[in-house]
Design a binder for this molecule. Structure first.
Ligand SMILES: *Cc1c(COP(=O)(O)O)cnc(C)c1O
Length: 377
């Protein structure tokens, strides 16, 4: 059996090596390392894939969030509502810009932000909501957009874990995640569902004026060469990364299918187990399984993690410490939050290997090892 990885990028590369190598060499031959043709080609292809007017590439998914908040003109002290149960980048940029992060609960079954909790957290200072499509599942966007409209708030969708996922409205309309809010952001970190071979990110919007501002902020606030209208930053996707992404974007739907098949295998094997809750697939969400995350009850989750490691099976806890308990946010009153669902989840979740290259032999070995531990402890 091939060694099991949390994400098997080597094996994935082996299948696209010729195409990737040729694309990267083309960039080197052209010497257009920054803002080259590969970057504009990629932006065009991705906007077509997503069905969005503007794709603004940038250096990583964290920058994408920061640039979005800068372009929206958020001011120090403005409140931004985010889930506490997320990767630190979502909440960190809020604090970095001296905005005030306001942490709310997620739904225990979908892991995504709870609309009722958003409503309760709104104050006159609230300016934006940042839903996260966690683990590849779409957040309940229709409800979130209704709340945003009612209270005149911006919505920035953190789509770093869910590119290619979609949301189905009650009337049957289907939209890709990241294209529903005021702005969508994503990351092309290598292990993401659409990953490059270094760092990368992008910002999406249908608003022409906002797209202009986002581009300007990402490029030193420049309106035309050497004329800088606003304070911005320097955040670029380089041509070599774009060249890799051009190859991988064509495979994205195939990659998503492979992830969903692995998830099906896991689901079927663990179905009905009294101690294991498999990830819910919300009816409105096309789950793209960035992570496959179980909730365990009556099982020592950390011991299972060690047991699997002893059998050469990696597993991860995403995330052991929610934002409201991070030292980083002490000055924002992090310690005073009572988020019982989030705390409950952080003690019980475990993510199993999930990638495009898992084969049946590996899945069988992983699931039987999990069951062996769970049934005997
Ligand atoms: C990965 C990730 C980011 C940040 O992306 P980087 O490219 O690593 O900066 C932001 N939000 C979420 C939810 C992520 O998973």
């Amino acid at each position: 059996m091939r060694a099991i990885q949390m994400v098997d990028l080597k094996q994935q590369y082996a299948k696209i090596k010729n195409e990737v190598d040729a694309a990267v060499h083309e960039v080197i031959d052209s010497a257009a390392f920054i803002n080259g043709k590969a970057v504009t080609d990629f932006s065009t292809s991705l906007s077509k894939y997503l069905g969005i007017k503007h794709v603004i590439p940038c250096a990583n998914g964290t920058d994408a969030l920061q640039i979005s908040m800068m372009a929206l003109g958020l001011q120090p002290g403005d409140e931004v509502i985010t889930p506490s149960f997320t990767y630190v980048a979502t909440t960190e940029v809020v604090a970095l810009l001296r905005l005030k992060p306001v942490f709310v609960e997620v739904d225990q079954e979908t892991f995504c932000i709870d609309p009722a909790a958003i409503e309760k957290a709104i104050t006159p200072k609230t300016k934006a909501i940042v839903p996260v499509h966690l683990y590849g599942q779409a957040a309940p966007m229709e409800e979130i957009m209704q709340i945003a409209k009612k209270h005149n708030l911006f919505v920035i969708e953190d789509n770093a874990q869910a590119i290619g996922s979609s949301y189905t409205y009650k009337d049957g309309t289907v939209k890709k995640t990241g294209t529903i809010g005021t702005i969508g952001t994503t990351s092309f970190f290598p292990s993401k569902n659409l990953g490059c071979y270094g760092d990368g990110g992008a910002i999406f919007t249908n608003d022409d004026a906002l797209a202009g501002l986002l581009k300007m902020v990402a490029n030193h606030g420049q309106s035309k060469r050497y004329y800088h209208d606003v304070v911005g930053c320097n955040s670029r996707l380089d041509s070599m990364q774009a060249a890799v992404l051009n190859v991988k974007l064509k495979k994205l739907d195939e990659y998503i299918s492979a992830r969903r098949s692995a998830a099906d295998y896991y689901d079927n094997t663990f179905a009905g187990h009294p101690k294991i809750t498999t990830p819910k697939r919300a009816s409105y969400s096309h789950h793209v399984f960035h992570q496959y995350t179980l909730i365990l009850e009556g099982v020592d989750r950390d011991k299972l993690n060690e047991y699997l490691a002893s059998k050469n099976i990696p597993s991860m806890i995403y995330y052991p410490v929610p934002a409201h308990k991070q030292k980083m946010f002490a000055e924002f009153g992090g310690g005073s939050y009572q988020l019982s669902v989030t705390d409950w989840l952080t003690e019980r979740v475990i993510s199993l290997p999930m990638h495009t290259e898992l084969d049946e032999e590996q899945l069988k070995y992983i699931t039987s090892s999990v069951l062996e531990f769970v049934n005997n402890n």
